[in-house]
Design a protein around this ligand. Structure first.
Ligand SMILES: [Ca+2]
Length: 175
């Protein structure tokens, strides 16, 4: 009898945990859309906002978050290619766009180490970097990552204080 009760209790607890998870996921998802921004769906099925104005990296991140989005994190060469195509449509060549990756000399990370906004490390030898980059991560200086809409360009790093356009993405839990 005692074993049965324990089994029953554990069953209820795990059902509750599952229910809580589903409810919290649903609540998050309900916040995804409608989104107040004019979003663009790219060929990867994800939705993005391409800014028509320029700000520094911190302001770009703040803007995305205040609109229930995140700065975009293009983690594959294929996604970068989609960004080039889209940014070329809305700006002249050589415009730069902030994305969701940065490096800093502080914050418990090694100086010059890069990471994405979700915490995943962006290796210095990643195939996502343009030739010659990253080259701006120096001690005491925050460095952020951007994409440029020139052909054959990939990720580049530069001072987070630079003023440029940016790309937001809908979070993964929205899909
Ligand atoms: Ca650089």
């Amino acid at each position: 009898m005692r074993i049965l009760l324990v089994a029953l209790f554990l069953g209820i607890v795990s059902a509750d945990a599952d229910t809580n998870l589903i409810v919290s996921q649903l609540a998050k998802k309900l916040q995804c859309e409608p989104n107040p921004l004019n979003l663009t769906t790219l060929a990867n099925g994800k939705k993005y906002f391409f800014s028509a104005f320029e700000v520094d990296w911190y302001e770009a991140r703040r803007f995305c978050e205040s609109n229930k989005m995140q700065l975009a994190a293009p983690k594959t060469v294929e996604e970068l290619a989609l960004f080039f195509e889209e940014t070329k449509k809305v700006t002249s060549p050589e415009a730069s766009w902030w994305v969701w990756a940065m490096a800093a000399s502080a914050g418990g990370r090694e100086s010059g180490e890069f990471w994405w906004g979700d915490g995943e490390v962006l290796a210095q030898n990643s195939a996502l970097w343009s030739g010659g980059d990253p080259n701006d991560a120096k001690k005491g200086k925050n460095v952020c990552v951007y994409v440029n809409n020139q052909a054959n360009e990939k990720l580049r790093d530069y001072s987070c204080a630079e003023i440029q356009r940016f790309i937001c993405q809908l979070p993964e839990y929205c899909y």
